[in-house]
Design a protein around this ligand. Structure first.
Ligand code: ZN
Length: 283
């Protein structure tokens, strides 16, 4: 098992960050990397990670007393869970080793209040803790959380999709759709949003990636995807208030960026970072 070079280097030079955001893989694909990383840090042997010592074994089984994991699939991570599992534990000293390790898998599951609670810990991390967040895309978390983490990109050796739409469809097929989020976007895209629904839409449709997913889910073709994007730009005042994640991308549009290129800039992170330039030129 090999960790990305930047992470390996940080470890070797003893320059580890307090918080990492691993992104680029489906949430179910991080287990081995996460365990390897924590074993590397906790292992007692000179040949770290040895796989045989108590530290390595307990991390392998995710039962290490200094390892806290939030990994219930498809369940929202509430502020209560963050308080119980993360915050109260982060205040304590490690039970055995030098550090406490936290792993939150699929951060798109964090509710707003849970995100804010987590942010507070990340802003003032306890000395011996390492926080590891994992996500499909780094755009799935609040910008404030993102900026507190060191980003480490993971890639899969998958075949390159032929078009943005195909990439989205692949992604959609591997993702458990959040119906409420799709519905929130549908309201925005079709202009159904009324003032009493704005706060609901805002809550559900805050993720740019989910915008793309909703477009695919609703059967949009590429030109329609571009059109829907333009419509959103026309509703700018509304959108500005509604969707912080889109705001970031809209700024690029205003500087002359092309909608599909901006969509691609997100997709390339997920699918084929190395081939990014080539692929963008094809569009
Ligand atoms: Zn070991």
């Amino acid at each position: 098992m090999k960790l990305p070079v930047t992470l390996q280097n940080a470890y070797e030079k003893n320059r580890l960050a307090h918080a990492y955001l691993f992104y680029g893989l489906p949430p179910g694909k991080y287990h081995n990397y996460v365990k390897h990383f924590f074993q590397l840090l906790a292992c007692d042997s000179e040949q770290s990670p040895c796989g045989d010592c108590l530290e390595c074994k307990q991390i392998e089984q995710l039962i290490h007393p200094d390892l806290l994991v939030l990994n219930e699939q498809n369940e929202k991570i509430t502020v209560k869970k963050v308080r119980e599992k993360i915050i109260t534990r982060a205040e304590l000293t490690p039970a055995r080793g030098a550090r406490i390790y936290f792993w939150i898998n699929d951060i798109s599951r964090l509710t707003d209040s849970a995100s804010n609670a987590l942010l507070k810990v990340l802003e003032e991390p306890p000395g011996e803790a390492i926080f590891l967040l994992t996500a499909r895309s780094r755009w799935q978390c609040l910008p404030t959380i993102r900026s507190r983490c060191q980003w480490i990109r993971f890639t899969t050796s998958r075949q390159r999709p032929n078009s943005p739409l195909e990439a989205l469809q692949n992604f959609w097929n591997e993702t458990t759709p959040d119906d409420e989020e799709v519905a929130g976007w549908k309201q925005l895209l079709t202009g159904e949003t009324t003032s009493d629904k704005i706060s609901w839409s805002r809550k559900k449709a805050r993720n740019f990636l989910s915008f793309l997913l909703a477009c695919v889910h609703l059967g949009y073709t590429e030109p329609e995807l571009e059109d829907s994007y333009k419509n959103i730009i026309e509703q700018r005042n509304l959108t500005y208030r509604l969707v912080p994640a889109i705001l970031e991308r809209l700024a690029e549009l205003e500087q002359g960026g092309q909608p599909l290129l901006i969509v691609n800039s997100i997709l390339e992170e997920i699918y084929y970072p190395e081939e990014n330039q080539q692929w963008l030129n094809v569009i």
